[in-house]
Design a binder for this molecule. Sequence first.
Ligand code: ADP
Ligand code: ZN
Length: 748
Amino acid sequence: MMIFAEVLLPLPIDHPFTYSVPAKLEDRVQKGGRVLVPFGHRRLTGCIVGFSQQPDPQIKIKEIIDVLDETPALNPSLLELTRWVSHYYFAPWGEVLKTVLPGKILPVARRFLRITEEGQRALREGRVRGEQERAILSLLSARSRMSQDSLWKRLGPSSGKGPSLTVLLEKGWIEWEWSNPPLPGEGEEGRISLRGEGPSSGPVSLTPAQREALDQIVETLERGKFRVFLLQGVTGSGKTELYLRAISAALRQGRQVIFLVPEIVLTPRIIEQLKTRFPERVALLHSGLSSAERLREWHRVRNAKVDIVLGTRSAIFAPFTRLGLIIIDEEHDSSYKQEDIPRYNGRDVAIMRAKLTDSVVILGSATPSLESYFNVQRRNYHLLKLPHRVRGLPLPPVEIVDLRRERPTGSSPSLFSGVLLEAMEQRLMRSEQTLLLLNRRGYAPFIQCIDCGFVFQCLNCDLSLTYHRTDRTLRCHYCGLRLKVSDSCPQCKGVRLLPFGLGTQRVEEELREMFRGARIARLDRDIARRQGNINSILEGLREGKIDILVGTQLIAKGHDYPRITLVGVISADLSLNIPDFRAAERTYQLITQVAGRAGRDNLGGEVIVQTYHPHHYALQAARHHDYEGFCERELEYRHRLGYPPFTRIIVIRIEGPNQEKVQEIAHYWGELLQQARKGMGEQVEILGPTPAIRLKIRNKYRWQILLKSPRSKLLSDLIRSVLVKYDSSACKNPNIRINIDVDPLDLL
Ligand code: ADP
Ligand code: ZN
């Protein structure tokens, strides 16, 4: 009997396609294995997700061309995980496949047309009858090959397509040729050099708190049961050491380990430590790799040549079969959330993967998310605490400077309060290092004409353009638009254009004015675009070649340099004032994290935070290093307003090029949701439709509807029922995208 396989393809489609399995491949096809199949003008690589009976005999079924795996690319639990991600995050299953097996792991081959020797001769000898046939042959004879699409484009719209090609193919005058079908071979393994920081010190003896935490983790690993630990360890408490020991324990059990970090380029120290402790056993998976490198690393993982994967978000899908431990460092970090389809959170996917594989999860942070804190209270997670820094080092004192009381010294107010200035001077004198945080890149967030009030706006987004002084451009931080700064106002022709507000470039400039001779560097996304820049900055910090480093939140992440004794926050208000219910939490986290870079050695440390809201509880909690106090206060507020973690949120974002249409569809969705909600009582709250705070991004208008409920299942059922109605309704508009964001982190 003929076998039929259900093949999932890396396309934005939710269902697999049916292919027949030729007899010669019957022994080799398997669930989770990659296969090459014909699809339109292409050959796609997909994954078998199941087998089926003889489908509708009316439908023409194509054959699988080849089987690419002896060991399945997706083992059963990973396959199951893709299905869960697709369902939970409302993402087409095929898109999830593309995320799990990216780039060359699922290669695509295209089909081209070529003229044959026979064809050349027929053309020369004038034996070609039809006009169109002759046109096709002469086009093809002029080049080595052409895709079918570009051929028809050349022939123009009047060409009748199909018949002439069939005729020519039958006569053998033209033939199909496949672009080098890049079949990924097994055992195609290279080595990526892990760049590290030179020899790191050998194992230390654990502190009592580390020891106690490790014992609990090891015991759970030995039992081989699913469990989530929330490791709340203050900055400098030795979380990394604990991770390394837990990894050893997992390896001793014969289990494999996935270690996620928010940003790999900023954490060369972790790479180095893993490499020295577990030589030859680590693979790297992150978005900075070329697709060839990624393919090689993927093969090493899949073929169990390594047992540790270090990576960012998508490394959670590493194809291990004996997974035992997942570590999520800085679990509160929002870069674990992907903002494109599939809009998953790597941390939450990790927990699901661990459940499916009976693994242990360690979520580590000095400032765990409120969601995780709440999960400890609900006894879903188990709390481990490292309440003190190692070697008896104290947490640095945090001073809050009230900017309302600062008297401007010169003509314009300085960016630096007297306290901060003096502290920086001291550091320079003692050749110690200072970090200055300002969480906004560029020179100034906008430029305004002081005669007519004109502000330069992005042409594609309804946002002001950020001024970048380094190359005198105006840039949109959303769509990337760049304009040269003009000398006069486009509205009134006046020449008094002034930058307003603060960015890291401006801080850098003021520092250079103020501290001539000091060695000053900047670290933000503009600089970090190049790995080389980051390396030289981190090296500069380590070797004492930088006195003052100014930067965005990139400088807050994980760095451990003994000579940093001062951390200054130029403005805590930037993040406090963002209209998002998580603003306080984010501010608390950011300040605590950046403060944690100070005083990590015997030299001591000090933190200075400038603000116009000195009494805000997020700042006060950061000042007193009071994580629990902050959480309790914040939980109260969230409870009152019915926000996460007490509820789950799903945002439906309606986007399109025409504002009226977007609004119309948004209202239609609002109605459908209201109707479907009837009978659910108070359990689901619907807010909106309203225009998004960022109304226009990349020429797309955006409206949104926010749904809240204490029961996430209820929310997703509701949306699924409305999606079905919308898809079959006459109002459905193909130009309008309905983006569904589950557990969103970006509400603007
Ligand atoms: P965290 O990740 O909690 O901020 P780290 O893991 O970076 O802290 O540790 C801070 C420093 O303390 C590192 O230099 C590390 O080598 C060192 N360290 C870790 N554990 C111990 C220990 N038990 N005794 C002494 N030093 C330790
Ligand atoms: Zn823009």
